[in-house]
Design a protein around this ligand. Structure first.
Ligand code: NAP
Length: 486
């Protein structure tokens, strides 16, 4: 696909208009697989953010008063357009993010599915009536939109992390400002174009790109912004939580994870390896729900480890556009440095590389951001890899012998996003699922994410849920009306 087919948009969407930064500033977007510059995108700041907030506030009354049916029709049209342009959107995504083209196509469909889901779920924002304690009163519960909602999103899912917020926020009658990550603004801006084509009124969906602290500074101090939904690192989530406190801005935080993956002695080993590969290697290991700590029962350790290593070795690593590639580059040099540091720290403390464990040189035209799919034997609690999110294609393994021990080890983390385990014993399945201190549990399932189910964490993985009917609570206020009959 050539550059004109991609229809790269580099300006920001404010009040239905495509605008450059007031001072003409831009920043570069780089292809992580080749280091080539793809685009110069508007570097907007506080004044443009204020304009976007004003535009969203101006559009709110009309949008919130429309019927859910009307809003749903426009949103469904937007999702249809995403599917019409699936190939183009996938190309843009692979270009700026690096993931294999097949995964980018999958993410585009996944992103559209959140909008389809929300378009329907918006029709089911049911209220309640509650029996009153006196005969001359009635108690009504209304669910209403919040107002102007802002969303700050990460680079690892440049489209889905936006639609997971945008779909339900708009379906509930809110208006939105989206601030995508600096590394992946093009997928976000492409969504803006499709939203306009779908007939979304001016100001309902605005997109601002530029310095994140400056933009967030305006979002959290402008009294027109009633909610901020953030997906990203726990470190930044904590900064935003402090900023939100000053004006008591409502927040949702979808933060980092450090998922345990447990293989019990009665597990179907082939299924566990397939689940481990799906969970570990998606997006080259750069997902918040990636399996990061593998606990394998001593009776099946060797069988699991050797099959996992063989599966890892068979993967094709390369540029996302190349035929048959399953693992792309990491997003930037810092990501590579972190993975290298985690592996070298583990080796220096006694772990052993079973396969991988090195940077790959893919030759001329390729960046130095390709890391070999890696299995490390024998990680222990004092290693960095045991305590921090690695965000790369590295699977550290350790043995366990009792259910109680492994549950304690799995829960020994400040994070609580996703956890996985494999067993064929139904009683153990329920006991373990209940004992894991995580918001999402994959029981014999390495890929639990889906628009129908509530996605989100506990502990330092944040709060709030995205997906399912539960997400609609994130974008509505409850109003209690006490009705005196007189
Ligand atoms: P990040 O560094 O926290 O950035 C996320 C977003 O926050 C980006 O748009 C970034 O903008 C912005 N940001 C950075 N510093 C900020 C500040 N001081 N004030 C306001 N905004 C700021 O995270 P990332 O590296 O993009 O994404 C990876 C992390 O996201 C991982 O920890 C992963 O686990 C987590 N994640 C969680 C979920 C979930 O659902 N729980 C899903 C996906 C990813 P700039 O890039 O422009 O600076």
């Amino acid at each position: 696909m050539n550059a004109s087919d991609l229809r790269i948009q580099s300006r920001n969407l404010i009040g239905g208009q495509w605008v450059s930064a007031a001072d003409g500033g831009t920043f570069e977007v780089i292809d992580p697989a080749t280091d080539r510059r793809i685009a110069q995108v508007a570097d907007c700041g506080a004044s443009e953010t204020r304009q976007a907030i004003d535009a969203a506030a101006g559009a709110y009354l009309d949008w919130s008063r429309r019927t859910a049916e009307d809003r749903g029709t426009i949103l469904r049209r937007m999702a249809d357009l995403m599917m019409r342009d699936q190939q183009r959107l996938a190309h843009l995504m692979t270009l700026e993010q690096g993931k294999p083209l097949s995964e980018a196509r999958g993410e585009t469909a996944y992103a559209a599915s959140f909008i389809y889901w929300a378009a329907e779920e918006g029709k089911r924002l049911y209220g309640e009536t509650i029996p009153a304690s006196s005969s001359d009163k009635r108690i009504l519960i209304l669910r209403q939109p919040i107002g102007v909602v802002a969303a700050i999103t990460p680079w690892n899912f440049p489209s889905a992390m936006i639609t997971r917020k945008l779909g339900p926020a708009l379906a509930c009658g809110n208006t939105c400002i989206i601030k995508p990550a600096e590394q992946t603004p093009l997928s976000a801006l492409a969504l803006g174009e499709l939203a306009i084509e779908a007939g979304l009124p001016a100001g309902v969906f605005n997109i601002i790109t530029g310095d994140s602290s400056t933009i967030a500074g305006e979002l959290f101090t402008n009294s027109l912004v009633r909610k901020v939904s953030f997906t990203g690192s726990t470190e930044v989530g904590k900064i935003l939580m402090k900023q939100a406190a000053d004006h008591v801005v409502r927040l949702s935080l979808e933060l980092g994870g450090h998922a345990p993956f447990i293989v019990f002695d009665d597990a179907d080993i082939d299924a566990a390896v397939a689940g481990a590969m799906a969970s570990k290697l998606r997006n080259s290991g750069q997902t918040c729900v990636c399996a990061n700590r593998f606990f394998v029962h001593e009776a099946v350790y060797d069988a699991f480890a050797s099959r996992l290593a063989a599966a890892m070795q068979s993967l094709k690593v390369g540029r996302g556009f190349d035929e048959g590639v399953q693992v792309g580059p990491l997003i930037d040099d810092n990501a590579i440095a972190k993975v290298e540091q985690h592996v070298s720290d583990a080796l220096s403390r006694g772990a052993r590389v079973r396969t991988g464990g090195k940077l790959l040189d893919l030759g001329e035209g390729c960046s130095k951001r390709f890391y070999a799919p890696t299995v490390v034997d024998g990680f222990t609690p004092e290693m960095k890899i045991s305590g921090e999110e690695t965000f790369g294609p590295v699977a550290p393994l350790r043995r366990f012998s009792s259910d109680d021990d492994v549950i304690a080890m799995a829960n020994d983390s400040p994070y609580g996003l996703a956890a996985y385990f494999y067993t064929r014993d139904a009683s153990r399945l329920m006991r373990v699922a209940e004992a894991l201190e995580y918001g999402i549990v994959g029981a014999n399932d390495g890929l639990p994410s889906t628009p129908q189910a509530p996605f989100g964490g506990v502990k330092q993985s944040g709060f709030g849920r995205e997906g399912g009917r539960h997400v609609m609570h994130e974008y509505t206020n409850i109003k209690y009306v006490s009705w005196g009959l007189g």
